[in-house]
Write a protein that binds this ligand. Structure first.
Ligand code: SF4
Length: 440
């Protein structure tokens, strides 16, 4: 059930709040500030917002739900018609085009309505901008020999830039004692199956190659693919974790050598295993450390903490830079989860101080962590929560940008162009702030 009281407890969004942040954070583009606020609150799509002209790509639920309420509780078509992302521009802050991932939340103050047939995002009575929805790639119309849809096997996100291959849609860290406390991969799998949707648990290499053959022939937008999925602790399809994940880039690079840039999001592996992925053609490695504070890591990522441990995890991230090169190791953390109840920090300052330590630790070595904005999904250990206030995300973007600039680091590869109006990374604004020189 939706805990409406919790959702209503969330620090509110108003134009006055956004203007206050605009004045306080002149080093951050307004596009980034508004994006983080929309990610924090989610979007309420009114039914009229789905009546737009032409077709568009709806949410493929490519790994997690990234919704604030269960799929079964989404009404008025939001469960099947919400676009994967929106691209807003103009509005009260005269925004440049800004790509933002859709997180359904019927209680959000951000309402998508239709104004003369154009989807338009409102905060209260004020327009935040006209919206576009992502186009459907031509190759989505095919079906594999096994009867699978391309949007299920190789969905695109980031406005078509990234092919997201969740090859294992469960995680063997299972239950409250092992699953990461913010993660709903196992629950999302169950709710997608419960809704009767095609949702393949373990993807066949052959299905992926078949879909990629259409992408290869028909698509010029996708530049990168990500291989990812849940952790494998024992074995999967008679393979250990490394061998299971390795089969995908090996097959893809054999069939389509260097056609796209290959990325791997997986556990932190020892160097010799990293070498296997590098040799297979993976260029970018994301051994996500999730939260920097060691005690919080143990609480929030109990499975990773007990099977691998924080010290080993961090050491492996650093070691992997010897294999891939430091600029190609890009570990993710979940921005805001260090403020979650009951274990998190009690103040924004403590949270930022800790997270900034982690940024400095890695960036000093040329490794650039990136973050996704925490979405308090209902079926997780942390559950529905108010989540951090907007000021936290502004402080986080400032800390990230300052540290990145202090070490004079290159733009992380595999994310497209940086900067306001250009960034396509949709689940946080870290790419939107790169190169921004500030305003008066
Ligand atoms: S390791 Fe954690 S974040 Fe990754 S899929 Fe498993 S539970 Fe989710």
């Amino acid at each position: 059930m939706v805990d409406v009281a919790t959702l209503e407890k969330r620090p509110p969004s108003t134009i006055a709040l956004l203007e206050e942040m605009e004045r306080a954070y002149k080093d951050l583009p307004m596009e980034a500030i508004v994006k983080q606020d929309i990610l924090r609150q989610g979007i309420h799509f009114l039914p009229e917002a789905f009546q737009v002209i032409g077709e568009y790509k709806s949410k493929d639920y490519f790994i997690f739900s990234f919704d604030h309420i269960p799929l079964a509780d989404l009404k008025d078509g939001a469960d099947t018609k919400a676009p994967e992302e929106i691209k807003i521009q103009g509005g009260y802050f005269d925004l440049l085009k800004t790509v933002i991932s859709t997180r359904n939340n019927p209680h959000s103050p951000y309402k998508m309505k239709s104004v003369e047939g154009i989807p338009t995002l409102f905060l209260g009575d004020i327009s935040i901008g006209q919206a576009e929805y992502p186009p459907i790639p031509s190759w989505y119309k095919h079906k594999t020999k096994n009867g699978k849809f391309p949007g299920e096997i190789a969905p695109v996100i980031e406005w078509g830039y990234l092919l997201y291959l969740t090859v294992f849609r469960n995680c063997q860290y299972f239950g409250k004692d092992e699953e990461c406390a913010y993660c709903d991969i196992n629950h999302n799998y169950r709710q997608q199956k419960g809704a009767g949707r095609p949702y393949t648990g373990v993807k066949d290499v052959e299905d992926i190659l078949e879909v990629l053959s259409w992408v290869d022939q028909e698509d010029q937008v996708a530049k990168v693919y990500t291989i990812t999925g849940g952790s494998v602790l024992t074995s999967l399809k008679k393979k250990n974790e490394v061998d299971f994940y390795l089969q995908y880039p090996e097959a893809i690079e054999k069939a389509f050598p260097k056609r796209w840039m290959g990325k791997l999001v997986a556990q932190a592996f020892e160097k010799e295993d990293c070498r296997k992925f590098k040799d297979a053609g993976i260029e970018i490695y994301h051994p996500n450390y999730e939260v920097w504070d060691k005690q919080l890591f143990e609480k929030i990522c109990p499975g990773k903490a007990s099977w691998i441990g924080w010290d080993t995890w961090i050491r492996r991230v650093v070691d992997s830079a010897e294999v891939f090169g430091p600029d190609k190791v890009i570990p993710n953390f979940v921005g805001g989860v260090e403020l979650s109840e009951p274990w998190g920090f009690k103040t924004v300052k403590e949270a930022i101080d800790s997270t900034k330590q982690g940024l400095d630790f890695f960036m000093n070595k040329g490794i650039v962590p990136r973050f996704t904005a925490w979405c308090p999904e209902p079926y997780t250990t942390l559950g529905q929560q108010a989540g951090p206030p907007l000021v936290y995300f502004c402080e986080l973007l400032r800390a990230w940008k300052e540290t990145f600039e202090k070490y004079n680091l290159p733009t992380p590869p595999g994310y497209g162009e940086p900067g306001p109006g250009k960034a396509v990374f949709s689940v946080s604004a870290f790419m939107d702030v790169i190169g921004y020189s500030g305003r008066n």
